[in-house]
Structures are given as structure tokens and as C-alpha cells.
Design a binder for this molecule. Sequence first.
Ligand code: ATP
Ligand code: MG
Length: 498
Amino acid sequence: METKPDGISVMVVDDEQDIRDGSERILTRAGFQVLKASRGDEALEALAKEKVSIVLLDLKMPGMDGMEALKHIRILDETILVIVITGYATVETAIEAMKRGAYDFISKPFDPDQLRIVVNRAWEKIYLKQEAEALEEEKKRTLVDLDTEKSRIHTIVEYLPNGVIVTNSKGYVVLMNPAFRQLMDLDPDLKTGQPIDHYIADRGLCDLVMEISQGRHVDYEDIPDYEFAIANEKFLLARGQPVLGERKECLGAVINVADISAMKLLDQLKSEFVAKVSHELRSPLSTIHEQLALVIRDMMEETTEQDQQILNRAKEKTKGLIALIGDLLDLSRIEEGLICKDPKPVQIEDLLESVVDFLKTQAKAKDQSITLSLPEEPLSHFMADPVALESIFGNLITNAINYTPAGGNIHVQADMAGTNLRVKVIDNGFGIDDKYFDKIFERFYRVKDEKTRYITGTGLGLPIVKELVDSMGGLIDLDSTLGEGTTFTVLLPTQRDL
Ligand code: ATP
Ligand code: MG
């Protein structure tokens, strides 16, 4: 026996007991809850108390007749579906009853199937109506949710301390929050809807926004941040991401702009502090280093082997510290723009030869060969700071020596690429995994694996090289295969207004 959901009860109103009991049996078996009444007024009384969905109503009853009862039921609860029970001769009355709001009719005498069909039809109607109402209710609720969600997001964007703009795929601004207007010094009433360059003067930022909006960045992880300065020594940092549709198509861009002036100032203070401390530490450390060297030399015979080892280790450590301080000072000088301030005409062939020569002893100690190849044609002479150039090639060649096992080969090769000087430092050493290609140019970053673990260094060499190359308007690139070797390529413009 199937059961109908709660609340579906049927009332059978008939003066004939057989009909009442017979219907009760059939309908209960079909899963309905059944109530019975033998008269119209009795039915109305019960309906006022109980929730009934379907009423089977005999039209011909003593006392209040069916038609009268129908009228009252309709007044009481018009959602009740009334099925009238008619005799053979009263089809017309049945039609009349339908006109007055009855839902269906069934003629007497009826068999169980007929009853089941007619009541089930009414039940289906109720069921569908309930479903439709539930759906409608849910739709309303979702709309309310959406509405509150929308206003919540709107409020968040409005009150974000960072500037936010959203563009469409053509680079037109569709949303701009008050913080953005304030950061960019825009009129608070300025309307959206114009291309990005209507609001932003900085060319580089406009280009970045256009690129992201038009979906030209394939790798979303790799979209560069953009730092720029505006009036009153304010520094801003913009970060953008594409807005993607369901099929991952680019619909536009969201750009977040933060004021980083305070951070910039802190950075500057930090650099000044580092420079000062390094400077103060350098001479006492050099003195300690020299004195240790003296002690080691003079007390060779008197000290035990163990003490000698300790002293040697101390000397090595101070040497490392002096190198670190040297690097830190170099960096702060680059930051202050002190390096490359004093350009002189450089003879690049001579400069490379002397750097390679100087590092030959280091290579020899590791049984490595180091060669320099220069083109037949003389390289262009150009104006640059020779100390900066020595630092660039010195660092790259030292790395090649350090990160190549004993017996390896280091090759330095210089030529002209158009008006650019091109220098390659090639080794057949450990190589670098390409996931570290960007990282190794960050300060203090060192790749730590089984092979490089025991090589000492501070991770400042390449950042110095990169800053110097940048400040000369050049480029540095690397190509490397793990286990095969690395090539660093430096390109420096030789015809540049300084
Ligand atoms: P230092 O500040 O003394 O130069 P460092 O050599 O560790 O220390 P970087 O010169 O900045 O620092 O190099 C960073 C890292 O890049 C190194 O630790 C090393 O792992 C890797 N690296 C640099 N050059 C090479 C190379 N030619 N072959 C393999 N790995 C290299
Ligand atoms: Mg190095």
C-alpha cells in the first residue's frame, strides 16, 4: 500500500453507510487518510476543525443538500477540492456543481478503480500545486539572498581601504570604488563607463590593465605587479587578475591598487640602517681576519692540530662575513644610485680579461678550465662604471666556478648583438631547475640541494648583478639544464644617453 504525504486526507460525505465504508476501505488502501460524515452540517463542522484536502460529496442528502454544502465548503476553504457524487439522472446537477466550484464528479454506483482514479487525479493536482508553490517560494528566497549578497559585496567594495577598479573585456571601467578615486585624486562624482586611460594617466598601468582585460595573460599566476609613483611622493602598487566566465573566457579585469608609500619609506630606512651597520662592522671584522691570519702563521708550531682547525674555521667565517658585508654595501650603494654614477669609457676586452685572470686561481684550485673568447672585430667601447661591470662578470664567473664540480669547464664569450654588448658565462656544472629561475635573483635566495648544500654564499650575488644590469638599461637571461650546465647571458646597450 502506498502512502500519500501527510496532510492529504479525504472526507467522504454521504448518507449511505455502504458508500461511506466502501470508499473508506478503497481510499485507505490507496494511502489516504479518510474521514467520514453522513450529513452536510456534520461535514462542515468537521472541516472547520480538521485539515482536509479532498471532499467526496454526495449531492443528494437529507437536511442540507450537497449543493448547499458545496457553497459552504468553498467559503470555508477554497483550496479544498470537492468531488461530487451524483446519481444516474443528475448529470446536469453535476455540471451545475462544477460551475459552482466543484473540481470533479463521479457517478453512482462506481467501482473501486473509478474512485481511485478520480481521487488520485485530485491528489495529483494538489501535489503539483504544492510543488509549484515550493518552487516559487524557493525562487523568492534565492532572489532575496542574491539581493542581500549583492548589497553586501557592494558595501565591502565601497569601504575597502584599497582602490578597486573593474573593467570589461574592452578595457572600459565598469566599477570604481571611492578609495580608488581618492588614491588617484579623481573627482568623487566621476562616472564609470569610459576607457581606462580616461581615469589613469600612468601609461604602464593602462597597458597592464588593457592586457589583462583583453585576456592576453595566459598564465594568471604570472601577472606582474605594477609599482608607480604619483604626486606628493606617493607610491602605489597595482595588482590585477582577469575575471573569468563560466567557460574560462576573459570577461575583464579586477585591479587592486594599494598605497605602499609607508612601506617604501620603511624600505629606505632599512637600507640606510643596513648600510650604516655594514659600514661600521667592516673595519673591525677585517682587523679580526688579519689578526687571525697572523696568529695562525706565527703559532703554527705551538698549537695542536685541533686548535689550528678551530682558528682556520674562525678565519673562514670572518672571511664569509666580510664578503656578506661587502655585498650589502654594494646593494645599498646601487639603491642609492652611487654605483654607475661615474661612467668612464671602458675597454671591455681588457676588463673581461682581467676579471677572468683574477678568478683563474680559484678555478685552478678546483681543477677547472676557464676560457675567454673574444671576436676578431673589436667590441664597441662604451661609457660605464668599470667597478659595476667587474662586479657583474665577477659574480657570474664566481658562481660558475662554485656551482660546477671539480674538473669542469667555464667559458666566457663576448660579442656584439647589434649595438648591444653580449657576454655569456657558460658552465657545465650542476644546472638550475627552471622553477628557481626567478627566485635566484631575489635577495638571500639560495638553492639548497644535495650538491649545493656545502657551498657557502649569502645569496646576494645575483640580486646585485640584476640591479646593476637594470641600472645600465641592460638585460640578463639564463638558460640551464639540471646536471648539464648553465648559461647566463648579459646584454648591455653600448649606445645610450647617460
Ligand atoms: P653570494 O652572495 O656569495 O654570491 P650565492 O652564490 O649563493 O651567494 P647568488 O650568486 O645570488 O648567491 O646565487 C643564488 C643561487 O643561484 C646560488 O645559491 C645557486 O644555487 C644558484 N646559482 C647561481 N649561479 C649558478 C650556476 N652557474 N650554476 C648553478 N647554480 C647557480
Ligand atoms: Mg654567487
